[in-house]
Structures are given as structure tokens and as C-alpha cells.
Design a binder for this molecule. Structure first.
Ligand code: PLP
Length: 383
């Protein structure tokens, strides 16, 4: 038995997406820049994929630049926009709970002389629009706030944030990696200038991402070479992964309403199962203002890592926070930022869902978590 509940870390590649990647690798393997027929075929695959990803994003395909990952797209957005606008100002505003691919790039920019403001969040993980407004000044060139958090799922008030552009001239970037396919793209207001997405969170392969950039906005490249992707991201395009990203996007768009509904219902089932069956737990995900794909829960008196490995033995896969940071030492910067207590951080795990999960799997997971938590607690000194 395999019950995969770690879909915010990565997802199973859909059969249709894998088939497309295989076809491109073995049959249509030309270089999109080549002038001959195979190059033309490859270029048409590239065009089709660009259209499909842009459609899921609800944006025009002209602005979509393929990158090697969401990480690269975030780095390109932060560094590329900062470099392009440094004559105008040097202040960048972000939040304390962004993905490391934003926070670590901010650290680099700070070392280069940019001023970075890291906004606090409240106990639900929300930034304050008022605080953001206070920090906005004529020196502010960029605001980067994620659409949805990867550890607890909180959705930031992007619409309200975008309204601040009426009075101040700044570029607004959002990391939509955890929102793509989990929230309708109409939730990203037209005022958002730059958007990051990643393929492997929506059943495409790992190692493919994209940055969507509004028409008149300049992003300085961070890679230089053959001038692919409108000279913003040089390097021969990873066409098998791009084609698969296109197929996965088309599938996500086709089923978006049903998928979101099903994922909400599965999370509700898990939430109710855990809260009814197990005492002394804390739900770290703000249910009413989060993407449906994430449920972060603290089991007090239980070590998250031990719970993870116990469930693993039963074929159930979850995460202790975000997969991207779990190999790093130290506690979750997100749970710390929402001021979770030490015990809550110690026992925090993340369940995350995709359309391939079933309600039956959720019921099995509830029973397995309950039995594991009960046995740890009976052994330990809890209560
Ligand atoms: N941004 C968020 C919110 C993420 O969750 C992730 C990956 O977990 C990334 C960016 C990075 O994407 P990638 O894994 O494609 O580098």
C-alpha cells in the first residue's frame, strides 16, 4: 500500500505528461533553435506548452519564460528586477515566511547593498497590509509576497496588496508555486506584474518552472548565453519537461473546479478525523484562508520525525514541514514566524493532497495517525 500525502513537496507525474516527455525525448528531440524540420517541430512543441501553461495561469503566453525550476524563477524575479531598477531605488519588501528561494536571494541582495524589509506575519501567517503600506516609499522598487505558503497553506491578501499600486510605483511579484492548479488564476489580480510557477507541483516532472512577466517590465537576465527565452533565460530549453508541463497544465485547467472541490473535501475529512479522534492537537493551517492542498497539524507530545517514519512503515508518506528546508538544520521559519510554541513546532507535520488521492486513503491515514500518536503518548511522559 502506498498513500502519498506529500504533494506540496512534489507530485506524481501524470501519465499523459510522462508520455509527452518520452515522445519529445525519443522522437521529436530537435532543438527549438535549429532551422531544419526537427527544429520547427520542437519549436511548435515549445509554443504549445507556453500557451498551455499561460492559459492555466490566466495570462498571455508572450510573457512566459521557462526556467529550470520555481527556485530559478524566484531568483530571476528578485535579482533580475532589483538589477533592472536599481537606479530608481534600492528597497525591497518581502515577508518572513517566503520560500528559501526568495529569502536566500534577498540575503544576497542585502549583501550587495539593497535594503530588504521582511514583514512579520500574524498567528495565521498573514502579513499586514497596513504595515506594508507604512514601509512603501519612493525608494521601494519591488514587493515580493507569496500567494500561498508551502508549509501551512496561508493565502496572502494579494488583491489588497495589489491595490497599493494605485498610489506607489513598485513592481509586485508573487510566488504562485503552491497556488497553481489549487486556486483559480482569477485570484491573481491583473495588477500583479511578475509570477513564479513550478511544474512538479502539478503532475509535471521536476526541474521545470516559469516566470511570467508583464509586457513592459524589464527583468535583467541572471544567465547569459544563446539568447533563448527572449534573451531573459539563455540555455537550450528543457523541452521534454516543458512539453510535459504543458500537458499537466492543460489537464489541471480542464479539471480545475472538480479538483479543487475534491481536495477541499479530502482535507475536511482529514481535519475532522484528526480533530475528533485525537486529543491535544493544534491545527496550524488557517482553514478559511488557505489553499486546500495543505493541512499542517501539531501533535503535542509527539516528535514529528518519529511520526513521519512510523507512518512511512505503513506506506503513508507525509512531511515534517517543507521538504525544501527539511534537510537543513533548525526549526521551521514559518512556524516560528506564526509564533508556534516549542512543543507545537516539535510535533508539526504537513499533510498535502492532490487529485490522485482518494477519500479511502484519508480514512486509512486517520486511523494510522491515531494509532501511532496513541502509542507514542502511552510510552512517553505526555500528560
Ligand atoms: N516556492 C514555493 C512556495 C515552493 O513551495 C517551492 C518548492 O517547494 C518553490 C518555490 C521552489 O520550486 P522548485 O522546487 O521548482 O525549485
Amino acid at each position: 500500500m502506498k498513500i502519498y500525502l506529500d504533494n506540496s513537496a512534489t507530485t506524481q507525474v501524470s501519465e499523459a505528461a510522462a508520455k509527452k516527455a518520452y515522445e519529445i525525448m525519443t522522437v521529436d528531440y530537435g532543438n527549438p533553435s535549429s532551422l531544419h524540420h526537427m527544429g520547427v517541430v520542437a519549436e511548435s512543441e515549445l509554443k504549445l506548452a507556453r500557451k498551455r501553461v499561460a492559459e492555466l495561469l490566466g495570462r498571455d503566453e508572450k510573457g512566459l519564460i521557462f526556467t529550470s525550476s520555481g527556485t530559478e524563477a524566484n531568483n530571476l524575479a528578485l535579482k533580475g528586477l532589483a538589477e533592472a531598477r536599481k537606479k530608481r531605488g534600492n528597497k525591497i519588501i518581502t515577508s518572513k515566511i517566503e520560500h528559501p528561494s526568495v529569502l536566500e536571494q534577498c540575503k544576497q541582495l542585502e549583501a550587495e547593498g539593497f535594503q530588504i524589509v521582511y514583514l512579520d506575519v500574524d498567528e495565521k501567517g498573514l502579513i499586514s497590509k497596513e504595515k506594508l503600506k507604512e514601509h512603501l516609499d519612493d525608494n521601494t522598487i519591488l514587493v515580493s509576497i507569496m500567494f500561498a505558503n508551502n508549509e501551512i497553506g496561508t493565502r496572502q491578501p494579494i488583491k489588497e496588496i495589489s491595490e497599493l499600486k494605485k498610489d506607489k510605483d513598485f513592481i509586485l511579484h508573487t510566488d504562485f508555486v503552491q497556488g497553481l492548479g489549487k486556486a483559480e488564476s482569477c485570484n491573481i489580480p491583473k495588477e500583479v506584474d511578475v509570477i513564479t510557477v513550478s511544474g512538479h507541483k502539478i503532475h509535471a516532472p521536476k526541474g521545470i518552472g516559469a516566470l511570467w512577466i508583464k509586457d513592459n517590465i524589464t527583468v535583467r537576465p541572471i544567465l547569459f548565453g544563446g539568447g533563448q527565452e527572449k534573451n531573459i533565460r539563455s540555455g537550450t530549453e528543457n523541452l521534454p519537461a516543458i512539453g510535459a508541463f504543458g500537458v499537466a497544465s492543460a489537464q489541471a485547467l480542464e479539471n480545475i473546479f472538480e479538483d479543487i472541490k475534491k481536495i477541499y473535501a479530502m482535507r475536511k475529512l482529514l481535519f475532522e478525523g484528526l480533530t475528533c479522534e485525537i486529543k491535544d492537537i493544534k491545527i496550524n493551517t488557517p482553514m478559511e484562508i488557505s489553499v486546500p492542498s495543505v493541512l499542517n497539524v501539531s501533535f503535542l507530545g509527539v516528535r514529528a520525525e518519529v511520526l513521519l517514519h512510523t507512518l512511512e512503515q505503513k506506506g503513508i508518506y507525509i512531511s515534517t514541514g517543507s521538504a525544501c528546508s527539511s534537510h537543513k538544520k533548525g526549526q521551521s521559519h514559518v512556524l516560528k514566524a506564526i509564533k508556534a510554541k516549542e512543543k507545537e513546532i516539535e510535533g508539526a507535520v504537513r499533510f498535502s493532497f492532490s487529485r490522485y488521492n482518494t477519500f479511502e486513503e484519508i480514512n486509512i491515514a486517520v486511523d494510522a495517525v491515531k494509532s501511532a500518536v496513541d502509542s507514542f503518548r502511552s510510552l512517553g511522559s505526555f500528560r
